[in-house]
Design a protein around this ligand. Structure first.
Ligand SMILES: NC(=O)c1ccc[n+]([C@@H]2O[C@H](COP(=O)([O-])OP(=O)(O)OC[C@H]3O[C@@H](n4cnc5c(N)ncnc54)[C@H](O)[C@@H]3O)[C@@H](O)[C@H]2O)c1
Length: 381
């Protein structure tokens, strides 16, 4: 039987635009049980020449330069937001009012108030919503979640999460949008530590309080449009936080774009009463598992490429590894399954609000020099 088609409008066509376009294109070719058929309908950008090129390269039927016009169209079902944080709220609010299902890149917004308004809008409009923290859907990470939920690690004690890159080490690297608070909301905090923190919420539970520091090493950088002039960097270059979780575990988050040699070192280690787990994005198919009662004294490496592992039945035979882009395919797969049943898969905008509250507590602690409590629906009363 023919599947119902859903028309996708993708906003933004660079890094994440390309990753998401690939995901929408590939998902139906591999996941045979996909309930809906996505159509790459229209790609939206501000510069006509560039968005026209992107349309041809990424395989969309049409391009447009006004997202408002596109979202006003009756034939658009899904809006996929792949733009910097300062535009997420405006686009999502407009999309929600137009009754479109929304997939939004992380972090949901640039602050808690914006995130809350976005959640209120999707709740009011009753549209399906999801936040793209794609690392939850690397098979080895989803397998880690299964093992934890089965109790294989016992009571969780430690979460150590680091996300390190090195693209800002050169002081002459230009002041791109990621280095401006008005555009990005924060620096390494929202850009990469947010992934580490989201994974901790997925795997360990809710962070209750944090003690943090934010550091800016290079306060001025050349302006991209005029390298002879310099502009202020008003976001953190590196963010660190000690964390106490609600269920008793303790932990640590670190995000830095100043770690020479570390290209995309997104790694966590979890220690429980009965065992430990380690994962590193740069070896994304592998999960290191140590079980205290096991026959061996060391960690063993699970290749999470078996059909019994999450998402892997759709791909290749065991041992035929997958890559970074597949995490986005898995994200849109779950998004479309949610859309078919009118449910908002996790992480959704509710998680986006809670994630933003954790980032906010980290910022507050960096300013106050004290432990700060993470606001939550329950602490607000
Ligand atoms: N999930 C992940 O792992 C991951 C990785 C990188 C970035 N991101 C997130 O994705 C989003 C985009 O980041 P990116 O790396 O793709 O950035 P990018 O700079 O590569 O691309 C941004 C795109 O948005 C367009 N754009 C900017 N402002 C716009 C506006 N007001 N209206 C319409 N289009 C606009 C730009 O022209 C460009 O095409 C950010 O929220 C970022 O945090 C997520």
């Amino acid at each position: 039987m023919a599947k119902r088609k859903v028309n996708v409008a993708l906003i933004g066509y660079d890094f994440m635009g390309r990753a998401h376009a690939n995901a929408w294109r590939q998902v139906g070719r591999f996941f045979e049980d996909l309930p809906l058929e996505p159509v790459l309908k229209v790609i939206v950008g501000r510069t006509e020449r560039k968005v026209a090129e992107a349309r041809a390269r990424l395989g969309f039927e049409e391009y447009a330069t006004s997202y408002r016009e596109v979202l006003g169209r009756k034939d658009i079902d899904v809006v996929d937001i792949c733009t910097p944080g300062d535009s997420h709220m405006e686009i999502a609010m407009f999309a929600a009012e137009a009754g479109k299902a929304i997939l939004c890149e992380k972090p949901l917004a640039n602050n808690v108030a914006e995130a809350e308004r976005m959640l209120a809008a999707v709740t009011r409009s009753e549209v399906v919503h999801m936040l793209c923290h794609n690392y939850r859907r690397c098979p080895a990470v989803a397998l880690a979640k299964q093992l934890i939920d089965e109790g294989q690690l016992g009571e969780l004690r430690h979460y150590r999460g680091t996300y390190l890159q090195d693209w800002l080490v050169d002081p002459e690297f230009p002041r791109v949008w990621r280095l401006q608070k008005a555009r990005a909301g924060s620096g390494s905090l929202g850009d990469i530590l947010s992934h580490t923190m989201d994974l901790s919420r997925y795997l360990v539970g809710e962070p209750r309080e944090v003690s943090a520091s934010l550091t800016t090493f290079i306060p001025e950088r050349p302006l991209p449009e005029d390298p002879a002039r310099r502009g202020a960097v008003d976001v953190d270059d590196a963010a660190q936080a000690l964390v106490r979780f609600e269920r008793g575990a303790i932990g640590y988050y670190e995000g830095s774009r100043f770690a020479p040699g570390r290209k995309n070192y997104n790694r966590f280690e979890i220690n429980g009463a009965k065992g430990s787990l380690v994962w590193d994005l740069e070896r994304l198919n592998e999960l290191q598992l140590y079980i205290e009662s096991g026959p061996q004294s060391g960690f063993r490496t699970i290749s999470a490429t078996d059909p019994k592992h999450p998402f892997m039945a759709a791909w290749w035979p065991p041992g035929h590894i997958i890559g970074y882009e597949h995490s986005f395919v898995h994200t849109v797969y779950d998004f479309l399954r949610g859309l078919a049943t009118h449910t908002s898969p996790r992480p959704n905008f509710e998680d986006g609000v809670q994630n933003q509250r954790v980032l906010d507590a980290i910022s507050r602690s960096a300013t106050s020099g004290r432990w700060e409590t993470v606001e939550s629906a329950s602490t607000r009363g």
